[in-house]
Ligand binder design. Structure first.
Ligand code: PGA
Length: 252
């Protein structure tokens, strides 16, 4: 809704080889070209090693390209990591930071996520900053507390509607087929926007896209994307098939 352009983002996670990436990204790029003017922006975030393959497959389309993570430092002795400047150089416009799988698998704290988002900004990338409560936190009635403190801690100075997207991903909804009710999603998104306003000002917060993520699929996308403070989706499983991802996007 509103002036915020819907963003349909695919998080491929650690899936696919080059042939899969070419077929998936190429298939989506063809659909985008064929569709002409659409009311959404589409983004794919492949594994780092597949970014050049995808860049080639989407050339000439409006498809956006993003990384799944970046390092907080500009360069240097960080074996296995990818700098934001490298993503930019490879054709990315976006990078996901602070996904719950990174927070869990790599012990990423809000401070680390904050520094990664700042590195993304410094290199001209739009940071997709992920937040979300675990099931235990939700059961303990801490959903708003957790999301509020993640916004406070993970969103760096200098964030604007132009360089930042927030993704609300309840950890218990990721890959489980379970989602909060639409009313719950809207409530949390409205709360997140209010918390964001405290950090970046009401004007910027009103323009910032807040995505929902966690088991979004062709069946539930229409209802979720129609919510007042939901400005798109961050989609894992359903982003791995051309028809499913396209169905999610076109239900916006
Ligand atoms: P899912 O993943 O759509 O497979 O639940 C979403 C995400 O983790 O970004």
């Amino acid at each position: 809704m509103s002036a915020r352009r819907i963003l349909i983002a695919g998080n491929w996670k650690m899936n696919g080889l080059s042939a899969d990436a070419t077929a998936l990204a190429g298939g989506l790029a063809e659909k985008l070209k064929g569709a002409g003017a659409v009311n959404f922006e589409m983004l794919v975030c492949p594994p780092a090693v597949l970014i050049p393959v995808v860049a080639k497959a989407i050339a000439g389309s409006t498809m956006q390209l993003g990384g799944q993570d970046c390092h907080m430092n500009a360069k240097g002795a960080h074996t296995g990591d990818t700098a934001a400047a490298m993503l930019k150089d490879a054709g990315c416009g976006y990078v996901i930071v602070g996904h719950s799988e990174r927070r869990t698998d790599h012990a990423e704290t809000d401070a680390i996520v904050n520094a990664k988002a700042a590195a993304a900004h410094a290199n001209g990338l739009i940071a997709v900053i992920c937040i979300g409560e675990t099931e235990a936190q939700r059961d303990a009635g801490k959903t708003l507390d957790v999301n509020g403190s993640q916004i406070a801690g993970s969103v760096p100075e200098g964030s604007t509607a132009a360089n930042t997207v927030i993704a609300y991903e309840p950890v218990w909804a990721i890959g489980t087929g379970r989602t909060p009710t639409s009313a719950e999603v809207q409530d949390v998104h409205a709360f997140i926007r209010a918390e964001l306003a405290k950090k970046i000002g009401a004007g910027e917060a009103a323009k910032t896209r807040i995505l929902y993520g966690g088991s979004m699929n062709p069946k539930n996308a229409k209802e979720l994307l129609a919510l007042a403070d939901v400005d798109g989706g961050l989609i894992g499983g359903a982003s791995l098939k051309v028809d499913d991802f396209w169905a999610v996007a076109t239900s916006a």
